[in-house]
Design a protein around this ligand. Structure first.
Ligand SMILES: Cc1cc2nc3c(=O)[nH]c(=O)nc-3n(C[C@H](O)[C@H](O)[C@H](O)COP(=O)(O)O)c2cc1C
Length: 311
């Protein structure tokens, strides 16, 4: 009997996503009828972790405008067919992270993804919808069959997770502090429990039928979308490309000529978030109350993997 072949492509700076991938793929490794191959993406010029402020903001324009960078060569054999590809990545600035986007622009990715079932896995702070939408479109261009998505997020309030992620990304400190601030990132219990999604995926793979995979994953809470965060994210997603193009007109990644514009954005974005937060809170509230149907439709749409509106 020929074994089912699964390719797991992932990128993780902090190892959070590596741990999610490890838990999720545990059931695959226990099953002797499947063969799993892991491909950890590496940048030719790695992004730093922890970040410093300049490097962090300098990744903004190319993340948002989906500019691919050079990756180290990948090891998998693109001449063979895979029965399933798991693509595990994270959002950077409401867009697919540069390593994930770069992978999706390689010839090898185009070759193996064409006509292949794909399940996306994301580990995020809490704003991932726009990034996943971009991944969906790219996979569609590559004629891949996206049939499932699992996204794990930091479930603490938006403001709390915004504060704790600063310590994590800029100092490498994930632990909680001052008795009020919790550990940053996705809850460890949830990470360990990701194997339940792996079981569901495996079940569908062995039956050669992914048609209702996302339906089943949703029953396991593979995706949970908060209306207020979705509304907030949609607002950011409209302004980010304007800023990204404005900054990139001064130069490409690493060009000192764009430093002033990057600094301007780095000051205006957090100041805007704080100063406008009463207005944003009011607008979000009004949207939730007066555009209930729109909000529900959008949540429904983003919970699934199709590019068509869900009826
Ligand atoms: C440059 C950068 C931008 C990020 N932007 C977002 C974002 O827009 N939305 C979000 O939910 N998380 C964001 N994050 C958090 C990451 O998606 C991810 O959860 C975290 O960095 C953990 O890293 P890892 O998955 O590489 O291990 C960002 C992180 C970085 C480094």
């Amino acid at each position: 009997m020929t074994k089912k072949k699964i390719l797991v492509v992932y990128y993780s700076q902090t190892r959070q996503l590596s741990e999610i991938v490890k838990s999720l793929t545990r059931p695959f490794k226990k099953d002797s009828t499947v063969e799993v191959e892991y491909e950890e993406l590496q940048m030719k010029e790695p992004f730093p972790f922890p970040w410093n402020a300049d490097q962090f903001w300098d990744a903004f324009p190319e993340s948002v405008l989906e500019v691919p960078f050079e990756l180290e060569p990948t090891k998998f054999n693109a001449d063979q067919a895979y029965d399933l590809v798991i693509l595990a990545g994270q959002p950077w600035f409401l867009s697919p992270s540069i390593p994930i986007n770069s992978f999706l622009h390689t010839e090898k990715a185009a070759k193996i993804l064409k006509n292949t079932p794909v399940v996306t896995v994301m580990g995020a702070r809490n704003m991932w919808l726009t990034a996943h939408e971009k991944v969906k479109k790219r996979l569609n261009d590559l004629q891949a069959h996206l049939c499932g998505n699992i996204t794990l997020v930091d479930k603490h309030s938006n403001l709390i997770s915004l504060i704790t992620i600063i310590g994590w990304l800029f100092k490498g400190k994930k632990e909680g502090f001052m008795n009020i601030f919790p550990r940053s990132g996705v809850d460890d219990e949830e990470i360990r429990g990701a194997d339940k999604f792996g079981e569901t995926i495996l079940d569908h793979l062995l039956k050669d039928d992914f048609s209702n995979l996302q339906e089943q994953l949703l029953k396991q809470n593979a995706v949970q979308i908060k209306p207020s965060l979705m509304i907030l994210e949609k607002r950011g997603a409209k302004t980010f490309p304007v800023w990204a193009r404005f900054i990139r007109r001064k130069g490409a990644h690493g060009d000192p000529a764009r430093k002033f514009r990057l600094k301007l954005f780095a000051y205006i974005l957090p100041t805007g978030i704080v100063l406008l937060s009463p207005v944003t809170a009011l607008l979000t509230f009004l949207t939730k109350v007066f555009r209930k149907q729109y909000v529900n439709d959008q949540i429904n749409y983003s919970s699934y993997t199709s590019l068509e509106p869900v009826s």
